[in-house]
Write a protein that binds this ligand. Structure first.
Ligand code: CTP
Length: 396
């Protein structure tokens, strides 16, 4: 971890003193910590103790001429591998949700292109307030990773949810976040299907659908970043191949199945593709023309089910995962698919929500034979990262 850098924002809450213990743990792990202390944070810890433990200058002022000359606020946010907010107070979270930039901490949160991890801490009533719950959910949806809060005794004498996670727990989350280095899927092979299929009607026309391929490509990339050897079997989409992924481009469902079977054996199969259920029974060899007899009638036949074939085939990957994009009765249909296809997990998502199909966000639930886990709406990249981590855990 000696090449890793954290930008640590210390907010104004009684648990700010625990940030000092976190800094000690980070420094012990060889991680460089550059501190930002908010004005409220400085009411709880002194710049002197924070700076001494970080062995770095403490940044507090947005409009400091010397700080800006040495290290502009945009630079501050760019040089870190991870931005950590400890404690994330109700006020800091509320300002971050709205993209306010009225002090150095919020400006950095707005300007950063690095992952952000927050450890919320506040009084139980403040935590329970609808505004905080909305802000918390929105920050998660924006891709912020939350650690805690936990239940316990509070400095104000009350008991409940709102207590900050312990420094060891925050440290563990930071180390895990910084550790694509650990690459837990090294030595595993994964097949991912993505995008739509296109079933020819004649030389110029196809039957296809609106799948963008974004979620499947993100999953292929996330599995590769955890060390897996990934074969991405992609229908016709114009997306860049994620780093470290081997891509096989196909058009039809039958080609997609053949490419998947050629990629076996594998430890993991994730079928994200929106495979066309049917294809025209026969493909015209020349362009179909308009005639006085009226519109042609398309006769369709069913395509092979790639997910079911991989799930039930002889070289079954150890973990087979399907997707269920539904517009209604999402979890009921997904449950039925889990049983029918014979896969291990179904990731259900509601594509009736505007912006899901073709968009950048997704709200999914993971259905397993023994239960269901619902994830809050977040970016497709974040869904992919969490899914890859869940897969790594399952296979560990
Ligand atoms: N799937 C597949 N091959 C097919 C159809 C679907 O591999 N011919 C996979 C998809 O990649 C997805 C899962 O099966 O992982 C569910 O796809 P979906 O289209 O939702 O299910 P269908 O079986 O087509 O069921 P229905 O159309 O009735 O919803």
């Amino acid at each position: 971890m000696s090449d890793k850098r954290i930008l640590l924002i210390v907010g104004g809450g009684i648990s700010a003193f625990k940030s000092l213990e976190l800094v000690r743990g980070l420094r012990k792990a060889g991680i460089a910590v550059r501190p930002i202390l908010t004005a409220a944070g400085a009411q709880f810890v002194t710049p002197l103790s924070l700076g001494a433990l970080c062995e770095d200058k403490v940044y507090s002022e947005l409009f400091s001429l010397t700080d800006e000359a040495e290290m502009g606020h945009i630079q501050l946010s760019r040089q870190a591998d991870l931005v950590v907010v400890v404690p994330a107070t109700a006020d800091l979270m509320a300002r971050a949700v709205h993209g306010l930039a009225n002090d150095l901490a919020t400006t950095v949160l707005l300007a950063t292109d690095k992952p952000v991890l927050m450890a919320p801490a506040m009084n139980v009533r403040m935590w329970d307030h609808a505004a905080t719950r909305r802000n918390f959910a929105q920050l998660q949806a924006d891709g912020v990773q939350m650690i805690g809060p936990v239940e316990g005794d509070m400095a104000c004498g009350e008991f409940g949810l709102g207590r900050m996670a312990e420094p060891e727990e925050i440290l563990a989350a930071i180390l895990a976040r910084l550790a694509p280095l650990a690459r837990p899927l090294t030595g595993r092979r994964a097949i991912v299907t993505a995008g739509p299929t296109a079933e020819p009607i004649d030389p110029v026309r196809v039957l296809t659908n609106r799948s963008s391929g974004k979620q499947g490509f993100a999953i292929a990339g996330a599995l590769a970043s955890l060390g897996a050897e990934v074969i991405l079997v992609a229908g016709p989409v114009s997306l860049a191949t994620p780093a470290g992924v081997t891509r096989v481009d196909v058009e039809t469902a039958r080609d997609m199945l053949a490419a998947c079977q050629a990629a076996l054996p594998a430890d993991i199969a994730v079928c994200v593709a929106a495979v066309s259920d049917w294809r025209p029974e026969s493909v015209a060899t020349t362009k179909t023309k308009k005639t006085v007899q009226g519109a042609p009638v398309l006769s369709l036949v069913e395509n092979p089910d790639i997910l079911a074939t991989l799930s039930q085939g002889p070289a079954r990957p150890r973990l087979v995962i399907g997707f269920a994009a539904e517009t209604d009765q999402v979890e009921t249909y997904a449950q039925a698919k889990l049983a029918r296809k014979g896969c291990d997990w179904i990731i259900a998502n509601d594509v009736s929500i505007a912006g899901t199909m073709g968009g950048d966000d997704n709200a999914v639930a993971i259905l397993r034979k023994d239960g269901i886990e619902r994830w809050p709406r977040t970016s497709k990249t974040d869904v992919a990262r969490k899914l890859a981590e869940t897969i790594a855990l399952e296979l560990s």
